[in-house]
Each structure stands twice: as C-alpha cells, then as structure tokens.
Design a binder for this molecule. Structure first.
Ligand SMILES: [Zn+2]
Length: 336
C-alpha cells in the first residue's frame, strides 16, 4: 500500500503551553488533527471556569491564526479543594474532561492529588456531570520504571468507587496496564502515544542519550512496546490515540525536562508501527474513531492522506527537537 486516506484524526492529549510559543505548537497540531485536547498543567493551572475559559480563548485564537479548521477540546486540572461547584462550572465552560495528576508526578504537578480521597467530592461531581476523568497514572514514590504499574491499584480503587465515572488512563507504557484496562469495565479506556508505540528504553539510553525521547512515563522494554502495539492494532475501542506531544525549548531539555515533541512526526511514526504489525487498516480506528466515540463526539469532517514518501525529520521544529530528528521516515501525512 502506497497511500491511505483516513478520516481526520483526533489527539486526546496534547500540551500546547502558553504565551508566544503556543501559536506554533497549536498550528503544528491543527495541521494534522481535527480535534485535540489541550492539557491543563499550565501556570496558573486550569482549576476553575475563569482560567479554563481564558486558556480556551487563547488556544482558539492560536488555532484560528493557523488557518487550519480544527476544534480544541478543554480539560481542567483536578486539585484538592477545588470543590463541586467549580467542577460543574468547568463543564458549563466547555470542559469534556478533568485531569488527575498525582502530586509530584510530572511537569507542574506539585499541586496535584495526593490520594483519591482528597478529591472525592470533585470525582462525585465529575461522575454526575458526565465528565471523563483523565489520569496520569504514575506513583512518583515508586522506582522510575515501576511507577505506572505501582499506580494501577489507585486507578482500580477509583474505578470501583465511582461506578458511573468514565476514565481515560493516559499514555500507557507497560504490558500490565494493557491487561488492567481490559479487565476494567468498558467505561474505562486508555490513550497510547506514538513514541511508546515506536521506541523503547534502549532507544532512549542504550546508545548515546537521546533527550528528545525522555518522557514520563519513561519508555519501557521491547516486550512492553509489543503489548502496547498489540493493543493499539487490536481494533478494541478501549485504546485510542493521545500524543502527549510536549515541546520543550533546548534550555529546558538541557536541564532535564520530560516530554517528547511528537506533533510533527506522530502520524508518520504511527503509520510505520501499524505497518510493522500488518495492521495499517486499523490505523483509522485508533486515531480517528475510537477516541471520538469514547468522548461522545461525532466523526471529524476532513480527511488525512498518508503517503509512502521518505522524508527526513528536521533537527528542530518550532524550536524543539522532535523524536527521530535527523532520521528518515517512510510515511508522510497531510490533510487531503
Ligand atoms: Zn501529558
């Protein structure tokens, strides 16, 4: 197969940052995705309707300036003490999800959730409002490679305590998580990134260190990658795409910041991974259908065209180094 047209995809997990840099990041995502969910770990955090509305306006303006037709989706940050009314107000302000960051787990999460009981009132309100609970599932006190597995019990307790709450476990990184998702009820789904489907910890640090592949959760073993790929190509509606594309400027990366700027390369990486698995025909379900269904959204109107065409990933895009920088990829993606 040398070309493939799919319905315009969605990205259910992207970091667009804020300030002047946002314009370029938003344009790079809007160029390829019909909808995308902007994550709320900005400063100050999006913990109430006013901050959420301000940020949504900034994102919408950046997308409009890009010239691409794309729809941002809003997500607030769940913090202890936020309160029930703030949850309903965020829903009224357009949020489709609220994000649970375990305190200290990742970028700008020191104000996150120490334990689920600290946000019981808010989780009850989210369940009532029909909002999706989006979870960064890592226990920051566990060893680096075991943090996701160590947090599965917490997710299990949330799933059990809120029987109607819809849950999206973000950026799966290990085989145990795939098994856990399949064992939970169908109201629990998971996103998988392009980098976790394409790279392993040996790509990150088996040779020269490649900081552009350093993210949280950290890339894992070849067996974990194989389990993630099997889940992604399975056609199960429980697994869908969220890039977790997270640009950092070189100074921040040099200081050790976690995050992969995959927006410019994600669809090319995905096409290669699905082709490797002999499942290019399942790519559309993963990036354009299953996530939209989980979030109760209709199909995107546009079409994305994937072409088998070698191209070399630039050393830098929008000031950040993307994964596979300087390497040749086999698939190119653009709106039809
Ligand atoms: Zn993220």
């Amino acid at each position: 197969m040398n070309s493939l047209n799919i319905r315009l995809p969605d990205d259910f997990h992207v970091h667009l940052r804020q300030g002047p840099a946002m314009a370029a990041y938003a344009a790079t995502t809007a160029r390829r995705f019909g909808r995308f969910m902007a994550m709320p770990n900005v400063t100050p955090p999006l913990t109430g309707p006013a901050a959420l509305a301000d940020y949504s306006r900034a994102v919408a303006a950046a997308v409009a300036a890009s010239g691409y037709a794309a729809t941002p989706l809003a997500c607030f940050k769940l913090t202890p003490g936020m309160g029930r009314e703030a949850v309903f107000s965020c829903a009224a302000a357009g949020a489709v999800a609220g994000k649970y960051y375990p305190a200290g787990a990742t970028t700008n999460s020191s104000d996150g959730v120490p334990e689920p009981s600290a946000v019981a009132e808010e989780l009850t309100a989210m369940q009532e409002a029909g909002l999706v609970l989006s979870i960064h599932g890592e226990d920051p006190s566990a060893p680096a490679l075991e943090r996701e597995r160590a947090f599965l019990g917490v997710v299990d307790s949330i799933v059990g305590s809120y029987p109607r709450l819809r849950v999206a476990l973000e950026h799966l990184s290990c085989a145990e998580s795939v098994r856990a998702v399949l064992a939970w009820p169908e109201r629990v789904a998971a996103t998988i990134t392009a980098h976790h489907l394409s790279f392993t910890i040996d790509d990150l640090l088996g040779g020269s260190l490649r900081p552009e592949l350093f993210c949280k959760p950290v890339l894992k073993s070849a067996a974990d990658r194989a389990a993630l790929l099997e889940a992604a190509v399975s056609g199960s509606p429980r697994f869908f795409f969220g890039s977790d594309s997270a640009p950092h400027q070189p100074e921040a990366k040099a200081a050790g910041a976690a995050g992969c700027y995959t927006a410019p390369v994600a669809l090319s990486l995905l096409a290669a991974a699905f082709e490797e698995a002999g499942a290019l025909d399942r790519l559309e379900a993963f990036v354009s259908v299953s996530g939209a269904r989980f979030y109760g959204l209709g199909p995107n109107p546009g079409v994305l065209r994937l072409r088998r065409e070698s191209w070399t990933v630039p050393a830098s895009v929008d000031g950040a180094v993307p994964p596979a920088a300087g390497r040749t990829l086999a698939w190119a993606a653009e709106r039809a």
